[in-house]
Design a protein around this ligand. Structure first.
Ligand code: F0G
Length: 423
């Protein structure tokens, strides 16, 4: 038996780890599974901690530091990495006070090389694409995946192709895809249309799909949680709170904690809270109906990164909530914007979808679901500069919001400057 294989989440059918397929013949999703029994004697907290601070790739990467549990059988020289990960775990008084929590940690994945958590998955999936000798990689994206794919494809010498919904992707992300040199296709439709196109074309495309239906993407994203555990000296927090769009992180993080527990790295699971925008809430709605079924929606939200009505990782995300006694909550666009006002003015800053996390924490604490004494890790997924237009609108063009900080125009006159400084 190999050390890793692909396995159906529903019927447990097994496929070779190098078979190019993203769903089982029964139609359900596939996991990349590693032989945890064998791994148990190979990995330890100390081993991962001893690698912290290494300067040479690949172990300098916050993803490849955990290589045995991500992609065990890959040679150093085959790895396409930019030492991604190693992101900060912030504590901030202003944000904590606003949410009502004492122990709130913020894992800022916007501090990755291309400004989002996607780099953690992309290093693994592009490495896989190269080992499978695929000449090109492709994705549907609300923006960050396309920026990350474009950058890693360039690094790996592959052709990058991205499908993004025309007019619905934040300017910073489009700029990255173009600048890093990906073939950028603006699809007249929404993200769900782009995703459907990729899935329909999957079998006939020579290009290797790098959306989060690709199980190797999720293997990389698991490391966000393991790195957080290291930063917390392996103390499991009470809650993990994160935004949900295509539900890749929700799926990956559940698997990360499941594996850590199986391996004896931790002794209990945290609870999960997945936050969705009220206008793009199919997972929240399904949660409210005890996950009887997924009813897709026509998505609409200012947080374009999570403007998704038909999340492809639904069944893996349901599994995460079952493993972790998890919940889902929804927040309005105005709540997201107010939370962003606080996150940004704290000096940390993040893009709108990330701030759904903070809006969600605030709501769950106010409702008594999260206790004020509990330890919470909130995920910030993307950098503040990804979506400068949302900032300009909130503070300048429509400065009628709760935390707007509109700019003021003055003449180049000392008197005017002095008058303002006196205020
Ligand atoms: N936050 C940001 C900034 C994102 O870019 C995304 C997803 C999410 C949250 C949601 O994460 O899909 O794992 O639930 N962006 C994808 C993209 C869909 O194409 O860039 P998820």
């Amino acid at each position: 038996m190999n050390i890793s294989w692909l396995q159906c989440v529903q019927c447990n059918a097994i496929y070779d780890i190098d078979e190019i397929r993203f769903s089982c013949s029964c139609g359900h999703l596939l996991d990349a599974v590693h032989d945890l029994g064998m791994m148990k004697s190979m990995v330890s907290r100390d081993m991962f901690d001893d690698r912290l601070g290494l300067v040479d790739a690949p172990l300098s990467s916050g993803v490849w530091r955990f290589r045995e549990l991500v992609m065990p059988e890959v040679a150093d020289e085959a790895i396409v990495t930019k030492s991604e990960g190693n992101t900060r775990l912030y504590r901030n008084k202003k944000i904590s006070k606003w949410t009502g929590l004492e122990k709130l940690f913020l894992k800022h994945e916007g501090e990755n090389p291309t400004g989002s958590f996607k780099d953690r998955g992309m290093t693994v999936a592009v490495t896989k694409a190269k080992s499978l000798e695929r000449p090109a990689v492709v994705c549907a994206s609300t923006g960050n995946t396309s920026a990350s794919l474009a950058s890693y494809a360039s690094e790996g010498g592959l052709v990058g192709i991205v499908l993004i919904p025309h007019g619905d992707v934040a300017i910073g992300k489009v700029a990255q895809a173009l600048a890093y040199g990906a073939k950028t296709l603006m699809v007249r439709g929404d993200f769900d249309d782009c995703m459907r196109l990729i899935q329909e074309a999957e079998a006939s495309l020579k290009a290797y799909p790098l959306n989060s239906i690709n199980p190797f993407r999720l293997e990389g994203q698991k490391t966000i949680m393991w790195e957080t555990l290291q930063q917390l000296h392996w103390e499991v927090p009470d809650w993990i709170v994160l935004p949900g769009g295509n539900l890749g992180n929700t799926s990956a993080f559940g698997k990360a904690f499941y594996e850590a527990k199986e391996l004896g790295l931790i002794d209990r699971m945290p609870r999960f809270a997945v936050i969705q925008a009220a206008g793009a809430n199919p997972f929240y709605s399904a949660f409210k109906r005890n996950f009887e079924s997924l009813q897709t929606v026509k998505a609409s939200t200012i947080a374009t990164a999570i403007k998704i009505g038909n999340p492809v990782n639904y069944e893996k995300a349901v599994r995460t909530l079952r493993w972790t006694d998890g919940i889902s909550e929804q927040v309005t666009d105005e709540e997201i914007l107010d939370a962003k006002g606080i996150v940004d003015s704290s000096g940390i800053g993040a893009e709108p979808a990330s701030c759904a996390t903070i809006a969600g924490v605030q709501k769950l604490v106010a409702n008594g679901v999260i206790k004020k004494s509990e330890t919470v890790v909130g995920l910030l997924t993307g950098h503040i500069l990804k979506d400068p237009d949302a900032i300009a609108k909130y503070h300048d063009r429509e400065p009628n919001h709760r935390y707007s900080n509109p700019p003021r125009q003055i003449n180049p006159s000392l008197d005017e400057l002095a008058a303002i400084l006196k205020e």
